[in-house]
Design a binder for this molecule. Structure first.
Ligand code: FAD
Length: 320
């Protein structure tokens, strides 16, 4: 089995998902190839190699500095043709899903998205993925004859690879791969954004129960005290209290932190599908019968505007 992982980077730093993918690949076993594309890929490739990335392919080109699906897909397609892997793994992030789906479609191969488990059964790769809003886990296989199997892997399911062996191979790709109909001119972190939702170990999310936009400060304070990120239900994104980038759920992000605190969120299925696989779920709601309590590990019944500041003070005192 030859497993090919796609490393991603942001602001010149490799994402934690890149190292999680190495662990995922190691869990399958076989030969490991990792690819990293950047304007200056070699330092990133060295880091991947020192953390067990196997054969690390580094492609450097100025047009790879900012993520552009079209160019990334063209360059990776050339590498896939050359290295002929059996499995291609990418992160189930916004960029990862876009890129891996494009790669699979471009080459006419099968894809499974948002995997939470992978195993070998005989000579087949079996991918486990949540379906029906996370209420069912499906095992998905493809026929051997289909060629490489493309999979995006949900973040925070596998731990990051910390060390191991690796070897950097600088790759050059023909110039036409760097041509695109579009130019990505700039990539900006949304103002107020600190920790990315996909990378966060702790997420504190607010819903309509926080009553008004000013009260979001309570959520921001708690998230900061825990070193976490802020999330939101669609109700408050639609009300324009919070940016879309914070929306968790069916039409927002799927997150998988160690701790998810849902404040003033009722627990509609469309929200739950985006956070139900979190490690520990804490819900704060003034309605003891709110559906969110059906899936929460810990529930606090009461007024969010009293409970959240009290939690923040407690955590600040404990963690300082
Ligand atoms: P509400 O359902 O209004 O709940 C507010 C909660 O706050 C209540 O439980 C209430 O008891 C509690 N509360 C009130 N006052 C207080 C207080 N003082 N202290 C503590 N608690 C209090 N939703 C998403 O979140 N993400 C999605 O991606 C998403 N996608 C959708 C896609 C489709 C196709 C559709 C149809 C809907 C989608 N929704 C999504 C919307 C979803 O169905 C719910 O409407 C939404 O999640 C409700 O948000 P909420 O829990 O913040 O608000």
């Amino acid at each position: 089995m030859k497993v090919f992982t796609i490393a991603m980077h942001k602001d010149g730093k490799l994402t934690s998902a890149s190292f999680e993918l190495i662990s995922t690949a190691k869990s399958i076993g076989g030969e490991l190839i990792t690819a990293v594309l950047s304007d200056n890929a070699e330092p990133l490739a060295n880091e991947l190699a020192s953390r067990g990335g196997g054969k690390v392919l580094a492609v450097s080109h100025e047009s790879l500095k900012l993520f552009n699906d079209e160019i990334y897909a063209k360059v990776l397609s050339r590498l896939l043709t050359k290295w002929s892997p059996d499995v291609v793994l990418g992160p189930a992030s916004v960029y990862g899903k876009s890129l891996v789906a494009r790669l699979a479609a471009k080459n006419g191969y099968a894809m499974a998205s948002d995997a939470t488990g992978l195993r070998i059964d005989g000579d087949q790769l079996v991918v486990t993925r949540p379906t029906y809003g996370g209420s069912v886990l499906s095992d998905v296989v493809v026929n051997d004859s289909c060629g490489p199997y493309f999979v995006t892997v949900r973040g925070k399911v596998f731990s990051e690879s910390k060390d191991g062996a690796g070897e950097v191979v600088n790759e050059t790709v023909e110039a036409d791969a760097f041509e695109s109909k579009m130019t990505v001119k700039e990539s900006r972190v949304e103002s107020g954004g600190t920790v990315s939702l996909n990378e966060a170990d702790v997420i504190v999310s607010a819903g309509r129960g926080i009553k008004n936009q000013d009260n979001l400060q309570f959520i921001a304070d708690l998230a900061k005290a825990l070193g976490g990120a802020q999330g939101a239900s669609r109700a408050i994104v639609d009300a324009e209290w919070a940016p879309y980038s914070q929306q968790v759920g069916q039409t927002g992000k799927t997150v998988n932190p160690k701790l998810y605190i849902a404040v003033g969120i009722s627990g509609a299925i469309q929200h739950l599908v985006g956070m139900i696989s979190s490690g520990t779920i804490v819900a704060v709601n003034k309605d003891k019968d709110a559906p969110i309590f059906n899936i929460a590990n810990y529930g606090i019944v009461g007024d969010a505007m009293e409970i959240v500041p009290a939690l923040t003070n407690k955590f600040k005192a404990e963690l300082s």
